[in-house]
Design a protein around this ligand. Structure first.
Ligand code: HEM
Length: 458
């Protein structure tokens, strides 16, 4: 078997990737083209950025599988029975259970709440003072995900979850935990002051809280509840048995990480581009103004230019630069190379989105390209594809547009340093702006006419 050419995995390559992840991807793409191999020990990792090759990765389910085993390194973080660890029938079945509460009318029902939360968090900021957009937006997306996953937005249980998840998600992204995950010998519970001990303690608190909530819901069925937890509590597994509390618990960490972080990353980048390019902001405000006095969430979500801006944000800096790994199960030819079983394959979302033949002047932020052309799911893939395509896509796009619509029509913001060029930096699997994006709240726009209605009535 001749593998595509490519660099050797080395400490130097890793440090280049850490200091400038997208720059080093660009360099590899330029040097090796649409398909290249990174040799990590004896396991070849093949990276593909050609739509034909991407299509094969997503659709050749017999030859290329979405193996859960490949993600086991993340198990201490996201649980052994989380979606990422599962594959085959069980994975498919769990995804089918998650889809209804994360799509369609159930998601639409959160519209009002999303706008209110965005308004509340922004309203707490001091006028004339600077703030960091990324942690601010994270507060909003945490509230949205608490609503969608647990159906909670007030009361003692909501407060307990909110506090605990803030601590959990923030520690999960810390350097300390990163080190502990990379070096298993550091995983020793030496009490609350040791990183692993602290993490274990947070996990125990989370388990206790979630198991209490699960038992309460099992004992008091409430058919009016439409959230993910309520769906799982009464669901059956692939063998027809009720899903165990442990299995339900393990599904939540990956939903929480995906739900809070990826969305916050995308919305923060949107704020950056919209305020860096005055024409984009003006056109968005004009479009929002066409909605009249009392727009409903659906009409905001359907706005063509707002949709194009969101797509362009997800194109230029996708929150995740590569798909999760897939495993070649039986020999398959991809772009002229015969890949043998055991080869690991990833689609490069970032490099596909940087193709000059699909996106002329790819480094330029140009939302218009999405108004002028339809892209296939193998050309534009911010949510991945195939067996592991993001189950939160509908919720993510919905909240992205509503949060941006609310903020833009109600608050006047500017970048703290208009000349500063923001660079993405890896935080877990996501790539938010390295600095956290410092912005300034100049003031609130008058609460009259359409702007007032947008926030006040939703
Ligand atoms: C703008 C926001 C988001 C982006 C850009 C995004 C992107 C992605 C991508 C690229 C993948 C990997 C797909 C693949 O390997 O083919 C993924 C998987 C996943 N995402 Fe998202 N995501 C977002 C929001 C969300 C939300 C809101 C949730 C939860 C409600 C979520 C939960 C997940 C989960 C659980 C997986 C793993 C799926 C599996 O293993 O089957 N994501 N996401």
């Amino acid at each position: 078997m001749t593998l595509p050419d490519g660099p050797k995995a080395s400490p130097q390559l890793l440090s280049q990737f850490k200091s400038d992840p997208l720059g080093s991807m660009d360099a590899m793409g330029e040097r090796y083209g649409d398909i290249f191999t990174i040799m990590a020990g004896s396991t070849p990792l093949v990276i593909v950025s050609n739509p034909q090759g991407i299509k094969q990765i997503f659709t050749s389910a017999k030859e290329i599988i979405a193996s859960g085993q490949l993600n086991h390194g993340a198990a201490p973080l996201v649980g052994f029975n989380g979606l990422l660890m599962l594959d085959g029938l069980r994975h498919k079945h769990r995804r089918q259970l998650l889809m209804p509460p994360l799509h369609g009318t159930r998601v639409l029902a959160y519209g009002l709440r999303i706008c209110q939360v965005a308004d509340k968090v922004m309203n707490d900021l001091a006028i004339g003072k600077s703030f960091y957009a990324y942690p601010t937006v994270q507060k909003i997306t945490l509230e949205v995900i608490l609503q969608a996953l647990f159906g909670l937005h007030e009361g003692e249980r909501y407060e307990q979850f909110r506090q605990l998840l803030t601590n959990l998600l923030s520690f999960a992204r810390s350097r300390w935990l990163g080190l502990t995950l990379s070096y298993p010998f550091l995983r020793q519970d030496l009490g609350g002051w040791s990183p692993w001990g602290y993490w274990q303690n947070l996990q125990r608190q989370f388990d206790k809280l979630l198991y209490t909530e699960i038992e309460e819901r099992r004992s008091q069925a409430d058919p009016s509840r439409t959230d993910v937890l309520s769906e799982l509590v009464f669901a059956r597994d692939e063998t027809g048995q009720p899903i165990t509390n442990q299995d339900i618990r393990d599904l939540f960490p990956s939903l929480l990480f995906g739900g809070q972080d990826a969305s916050a990353t995308a919305i923060t980048w949107s704020l950056y581009w919209i305020h860096r390019l005055p024409n984009v902001r003006e056109r968005l405000l004009e479009e929002l103004n066409t909605l009249g006095e009392s727009p409903d969430p659906m009409s905001i979500v359907a706005l063509p230019y707002l949709s194009a801006v969101c797509n362009e944000v997800l194109r230029i800096y996708p929150t995740q630069v590569v798909t999760f790994p897939r495993l070649v199960e039986s020999p398959i030819e991809v772009m002229g190379y015969e890949l043998s079983p055991g080869t690991v394959v990833r689609g490069s979302i970032y490099l596909t989105h940087q193709r000059e033949d699909l996106y002329p002047q790819p480094k330029q932020f140009q939302p218009e390209r999405f108004l002028e052309r339809q892209y296939s799911p193998y050309e534009f893939l911010p949510f991945g594809g195939g067996a592991r395509r993001c189950p939160g896509e509908a919720l993510a796009l919905f909240e992205m547009k509503l949060i941006l619509g609310t903020i833009l029509s109600r608050y006047q913001l500017t970048l703290a340093d208009e000349k500063r060029v923001e660079k993405p930096k890896a935080r877990g699997v996501n790539f938010p702006p390295a600095s956290g994006l410092e912005m300034l709240l100049l003031g609130q726009l008058p609460r009259q006419g359409r702007s007032q209605q947008l926030v006040g009535t939703l």
